[in-house]
Design a protein. Structure first.
Lengths: 256, 222
């Protein structure tokens, strides 16, 4: 099993964040093993987004540490920070594509300007990533010309092009029209099956049941329950997770 | 009538042509340098942090808050008192550049602030430094948003370039004044000068529109 690896790929230890006098995260810790898929669920305002952004140091935690492959990352060292972020891909709820660049340029720009790759090489790599998410034919379109689902797939290709060791996905389907959700989930499912290590905040319960290795239920800045989806979502398990899930109206639904 | 034509062809037009060449020599570098400096100042105002942002803000306040004539007087007549001498041409280009940069910075700053923070986050998540985020992601978009305003500033520059004559740099307006005061034909001279400026502004507007078209991106800015 994946879990038998000795050291976690990524280790989050005692992360605390205060924003505007409110405690958003209260000493959150988690170990992420290679090839593992963890799903964060919980009510909005519970700290899922903040935790994910901390895991890429987009938010600097007030306390706590992050280790990648056993090495501590110093977020105050600009070079170390940039190289860390390249290894940890981030997918946002509202895509955040670069509006002035075509799909293929969106994917290639970091290769050129961060990795220092040449123009042709970067374009070839970007094309390959777009094809991987099924968008080879949309390479020359600008974000405004793409549907929400296509935008999110471009943003996944953009993150994948950097060869990340871990992918963080912050509610990647929440801003999408219902009919566009499945195309994005299909891409993410493909990643999981190919062994990508991921942490994903989502309310897609069917997806979680079938793919998550572990579910973390977050509320008020803490992980209050964690376990396999089978245990946490079992009928009559009486968990907060199950209780929460039965409240969300989800097409895929986790209640019968 | 013949005499009118002779005056126009032999005296006025050659003088104004000399003048307009000087005007172009003033306007083009001032527009390019002013825009470049404006982008720097505008970026510092929006992203300069605790130390550089106030400096850039102060710069803009000073140069937007004082008349250009006064700035030119200080550059050309004031600075020699402390041992700094400029040629009239240099003083004029310097004055125009610094003044228009202050205005450009305002448009650029507005453009920068209109770009959603999510794109900054996305760039940082990919490993971009703050500087390269600004250069490759934010400024290219902010510039497109600011272009109509910046173009407007360049049109103003064409007209306030006529102030160069106060530092004895004889461009279009300066040459016209000389001819007018020699011949006392003020209305004819300045009407023709008006046509010259109109032509300059029309060419500039056409060029700016072409630039906007060239930089246009489907769905951007809507």
């Amino acid at each position: 099993m994946k879990r038998n690896d000795k050291t976690p790929l990524m280790r989050v230890q005692g992360i605390s964040v205060r924003l505007g006098g409110r405690e958003i995260l209260k000493s959150v810790s988690l170990d992420l093993y290679e090839g593992e898929m963890k799903v964060l669920i919980g009510p909005s305002g519970g700290g899922k987004s903040t935790l994910l952004q901390c895991m890429n140091y987009l938010i600097l935690p007030d306390r706590g540490e992050i280790e990648l492959e056993g090495r501590n990352v110093d977020p105050h060292n600009a070079r170390e920070l940039c190289s860390f972020r390249q290894q940890v891909g981030m997918i946002f709820q509202d895509f955040n594509l670069f509006d002035h660049l075509t799909a293929v340029e969106n994917v290639g720009i970091a290769l050129r300007k961060v990795r220092g790759m040449g123009r042709t090489e970067a374009r070839d790599r970007a094309m390959a990533e777009l094809e991987r998410v099924g968008l080879g034919d949309k390479a020359r379109l600008y974000p405004a010309e793409l549907s929400g689902g296509q935008k999110q797939r471009v943003s996944i290709a953009r993150a994948l092009a950097m060869d990340p060791k871990v992918m963080l996905l912050d509610e990647p389907t929440s801003a999408l029209d219902p009919e566009l959700v499945s195309e994005v989930l299909t891409v993410i499912r493909g990643l999981a099956q190919n062994g990508m290590t991921m942490v994903m905040a989502t309310h897609q319960m069917g997806f979680t049941r079938s793919l998550a290795d572990e579910v973390l239920f977050m509320q008020e800045g803490q992980i209050i329950e964690q376990g396999s989806p089978k245990d946490l979502l079992a009928d009559g398990s009486g968990t907060r997770t199950l209780d929460f899930c039965s409240q969300i109206l989800d097409v895929e639904g986790c209640t019968p | 009538m013949n005499e009118e034509f002779a005056f126009l062809l032999q005296k006025l037009i050659p003088a104004l042509n000399t003048g307009v060449l000087m005007s172009i020599r003033l306007i083009v570098p001032s527009a390019v340098l002013g825009l470049a400096l404006g982008i720097v100042v505008g970026s510092l105002r929006a992203y300069g942090g605790r130390y550089l942002a106030p400096v850039a803000k102060g710069y803009a306040a000073l140069f937007r808050g004082t008349p250009l004539v006064i700035q030119l007087f200080i550059l050309y007549f004031g600075l020699p008192n402390i041992g700094i001498y400029f040629e009239p041409y240099t003083a004029a280009v310097l004055g125009f550049t610094m003044c228009s940069a202050a205005y450009h910075s305002e448009y650029i700053r507005g453009g920068l602030l209109s770009i959603k923070r999510g794109q900054v986050l996305a760039a940082q998540a990919l490993g971009f430094s703050t500087f390269s985020t600004l250069v490759w992601i934010i400024i290219p978009q902010a510039f497109r948003r600011a272009l109509p305003g910046c173009g407007n500033e360049i049109v103003y520059l064409i007209k306030y370039s006529s102030l160069a004559y106060v530092v004895t740099c004889f461009e279009l307006t300066g040459q016209a004044k000389i001819v007018a005061s020699e011949t006392f034909r003020f209305s004819e001279v300045f009407m023709v000068v008006g046509v010259y400026y109109l032509a300059l502004v029309s060419v500039a507007s056409w060029g700016l529109r072409r630039l906007e078209k060239k930089l246009e991106i489907p769905g951007f800015g809507h």
